[in-house]
Design a protein around this ligand. Structure first.
Ligand code: UDP
Length: 497
């Protein structure tokens, strides 16, 4: 077990955390950060993954080894083909269609026995596993944990605000009697004003087989020993406290976990291999004025229709502002490439950098030249933007992203909406252009042009950035919570020794 100050004790007495992330970039990346954070504070970490994901994580593993952290990967075979998935399809961003999401989660559930076998083996030698932190979607890991007498914490990748919304929607059965997708839903017991159209509420996505799986996820969430949350107290104290009260769970806020990546080599090792030379990227950013660049990125899953990308590009061009624009592999359809080549890239070449594929997001976002972030509001991107201390333009596509938009715009007041009307179901194409170039230009102007509104937003964003860093610094709330988590879970392991 580690001491409260985070000093590692003798190896055999260390707390041993077994992390079981959902195989999706937006879940595996923060869990990899969690692994670093726990190991930094003296714990031993086993990170459970599958072969394709292990090879994606080679830079992360190399970095952990080089820095001497007690993290090891545990690779379990993923039975993709047995569940109707293409061979090697081992991560949600490889699915191509949300219709395969149920198959994917079922294939994940088949990792139950291999995980149990691994844990049994580990229980024979010290340090025995003291705690399992598994993604909320891995409901089946809870049964394994119970069987072996190991406490299990749940990780859902959300902040307190979105976790609370999700809890109220699900356990209050809020969507059941709302027929119209556009009908506004209200949230009894929510501590701040909030209403959302049904289609923008968590749990409204439909995919074959998902309803039954969700039921099991929700049941196991109720039974977990606590929740590890990628947020920090000062960001959303009221919502975190409400979540704690309403669920009756122990909640450890240990974020922003991305801040465990301080050197650029660690930042660049997150997720896929970057498809752009990091040094070139930094040189380009160095040549731009401080706070002048808008960074545009929509995460790893959201699918943006070609015509919508064209409008976005035209809005960026019309704004006259420097930009870094990430167009992910799944969006790089021939129509988009054709349009880029037809003149757009040439016209903006002095002030626009287009990254095709995977970007080293933290390296870019945390550069001083970046003064704004146009984001799809995935929680990781959102909290990474908060750490950067930059205001945001919110462009949610589906799921909790609409909830995070409300946190940024209404509660934190560090962002403006681009004005997304409808939901783009994950990995399906939008049927029509929903946000025109003028809306993009207007949002950019509101966010980054001179004026009292932009000025105040920027000041608030900067303050939050400072608070985020304080939370994870020695003596900060999240830093202390990591120690408490290790202490408490480690104690449980010792008690059974
Ligand atoms: N990310 C990245 N490069 C990219 C796209 C995404 O590093 O080109 C990272 C991003 O920094 C974040 C994660 O992938 O940590 C995406 O998670 P998020 O919750 O923002 O969105 P999701 O992909 O789950 O929709």
């Amino acid at each position: 077990m580690a001491s409260a100050a985070g000093r590692p004790l003798a190896d055999n007495n260390r707390a041993h955390f077994v992390l079981v992330p959902l195989m999706a970039q937006g879940h595996a990346i923060p869990m990899a950060d969690m692994a670093r954070l726990l190991a930094d504070h003296g714990a031993q970490v086993s990170f459970v993954t599958t072969p394709a994901n292990a090879s994606r994580m080679s830079a992360f593993v190399a970095h952990a080894e080089a820095t001497g952290l007690a993290i090891r990967l545990v690779t379990l075979r993923f039975p993709a083909v047995d569940f109707g998935l293409p061979d090697g399809c081992e991560s949600a961003d490889m699915l191509g269609s949300k219709d395969l999401y149920g198959n994917f989660l079922d294939a994940c559930a088949a990792l139950r026995d291999p995980l149990a076998a691994f844990l049994r083996e580990e229980q024979r030698r010290p340090p025995a596993p003291s705690c399992i932190v598994s993604d909320a979607m891995h409901w089946w890991a809870a049964g394994v944990a119970r069987e072996l007498g190991i406490p299990r914490l749940s990780f859902n990748g959300n902040c307190g605000f979105a976790s609370l919304v999700r809890y109220i929607v699900i356990h209050g059965n809020l969507l059941e009697h709302v027929a119209d997708e556009d009908e506004l839903v209200r949230f009894p017991g929510f501590p701040t004003p909030l209403e959302l159209a049904k289609a923008k509420c968590p749990g409204s996505m439909y995919a074959p087989g998902l309803k039954e799986i969700r039921k099991k996820i929700y049941e196991e969430e109720i039974r977990c020993a606590g929740v590890a949350m990628n947020s920090f107290h000062d960001l959303e104290p009221v919502h975190i406290e409400s979540f704690r009260r309403i669920t009756g769970k122990k909640v450890w806020t240990v974020g922003p976990m991305c801040l465990c990546n301080q050197e650029s080599s660690a930042m660049a090792a997150r997720g896929n291999k970057a498809s752009v030379d990091e040094a070139r990227c930094l040189r380009w950013l160095d040549s731009m004025k401080e706070g002048s660049v808008i960074f545009v990125s929509f995460g790893s899953l959201a699918c943006t229709e070609p015509q919508q990308l064209v409008e976005l590009g035209l809005g960026l061009e019309a704004s006259g502002k420097p930009f870094v624009w990430v167009i992910k592999a799944g969006d790089r359809l021939p129509q988009v490439e054709e349009w880029l080549a037809e003149g757009f890239e040439e016209r903006v070449k002095d002030r626009g950098m287009i990254i095709r594929g995977w970007a080293p997001q933290l390296v870019i976002l945390w550069h001083q030249a970046v003064g704004g972030f146009m984001t799809h509001c995935g929680w990781n991107s959102t909290i990474e933007g908060i750490c950067a201390g930059v205001p945001m333009i919110t462009w949610p596509h589906f799921g909790e992203q609409f909830v995070n938009e409300r946190l940024v715009v209404d509660v934190l007041k560090t962002g403006v909406e681009v004005g997304v009307g409808g939901v783009t179901q994950w990995a399906t194409e939008q049927k029509e252009v929903k946000v025109g170039r003028n809306a993009v230009r207007a949002a950019l102007s509101k966010l980054m042009d001179e004026g009292i509104v932009a000025e105040e937003m920027m000041m608030r964003a900067k303050e939050l950035g400072i608070k985020a860093r304080e939370a994870l610094a020695v003596g900060g709330s999240s830093h202390n919570n990591v120690n408490l988590l290790i202490q408490e879970m480690g104690n449980k392991a010792n008690a059974t020794d």
